[in-house]
Design a protein around this ligand. Structure first.
Ligand SMILES: C[S@@+](CC[C@H](N)C(=O)[O-])C[C@H]1O[C@@H](n2cnc3c(N)ncnc32)[C@H](O)[C@@H]1O
Length: 244
């Protein structure tokens, strides 16, 4: 997120350090508390990575798009990156075995099968409907104001807190709230499961100054054991003027 005008003196988030991971719509539903009404809204998955949420929502008649800088790669190179990162991500999880509730996704074998099928489903959809996958990066998305109703932001902000500071988080969230009136972000811990109370508190305080209201909601049975909450950010509604 080096393009942020707010970025301060910290090492930039190297693209190679950020895994292009592949979650399914079932995982998104749990992480973001999605219900039927949500799935009828215009959804933006940012970052989409290799998640199959967009493909699954559209297959069910919904309207969804994804944004990710890696979509600038050609489809063959992207496929290679996604499959390599899938192996890297599974390896890392096996190393951090105790940090996850493997029963949530059918054990290690079930989890691996789900991630592989999500990646394959996303790649098939990318070929069939490339217009749903927009190359772009926070904090400056190539999308019009209010072109979505709900942005889902999974496993970038807070997850990579070692490479993104408070200003980066705020700039990214303000940008997503320009594209849609509601933004849901998960998780609020870093990839090792460390809680980030100071960062979360300072981001929420700065969002308030940008007229964005935040609330923290519980997440039911998280796969990453420490990731028990999500952040929901909405544009602050103006109170109607009292009649004179
Ligand atoms: C861990 S993956 C998460 C993908 C998907 N949301 C999921 O949960 O499976 C993180 C993604 O963030 C993307 N990314 C990295 N820098 C970004 C930026 N500045 N703006 C948007 N996406 C970015 C990466 O390319 C990568 O695909």
């Amino acid at each position: 997120m080096t393009a942020s005008p707010h970025t301060t003196n910290h090492p930039p988030l190297a693209e190679a350090d950020v895994l292009v991971s592949a979650r399914s719509l079932a995982e998104y539903t749990d992480m973001f508390g999605l219900d039927e009404a949500d799935l009828r809204r215009r959804i933006l998955d940012c970052p989409g990575g290799a998640a199959s949420a967009v493909a699954e929502i559209c297959a069910a008649g919904g309207e969804a798009r994804a944004v990710d800088p890696q979509y600038a790669l050609g489809s063959e190179e992207l496929r290679g990156r996604i499959l390599t990162d899938l192996d890297r991500s599974l390896e890392q999880k096996h190393d951090l075995d105790l940090e996850y509730d493997w029963d949530v996704r059918g054990g290690i074998v079930g989890h691996e099968a789900l991630r592989r099928s999500a990646a394959e489903r996303m790649l098939a959809d990318l070929d069939a409907a490339p217009e749903r996958y927009v190359a772009g990066a926070l904090p400056s998305l190539p999308l019009a104001d209010d072109s979505a109703d709900l942005v889902l932001c999974s496993h970038l902000l807070f997850t990579y807190a070692d490479g993104l500071d408070t200003a980066d988080h705020v700039a990214a969230i303000v940008e997503m709230a320009r594209v849609a009136p509601e933004v849901r972000i998960y998780p609020l811990v870093d990839y090792a499961g460390n809680p980030l109370p100071e960062l979360v508190r300072s981001v929420i305080a700065k969002l308030k100054k940008e007229r964005l209201t935040s609330r923290i909601e519980p997440v039911h049975r998280p796969f990453q054991l420490a990731a028990t909450t999500r952040l929901v950010v909405e544009r602050t509604r103006r109170r109607p003027l009292a009649p004179a």
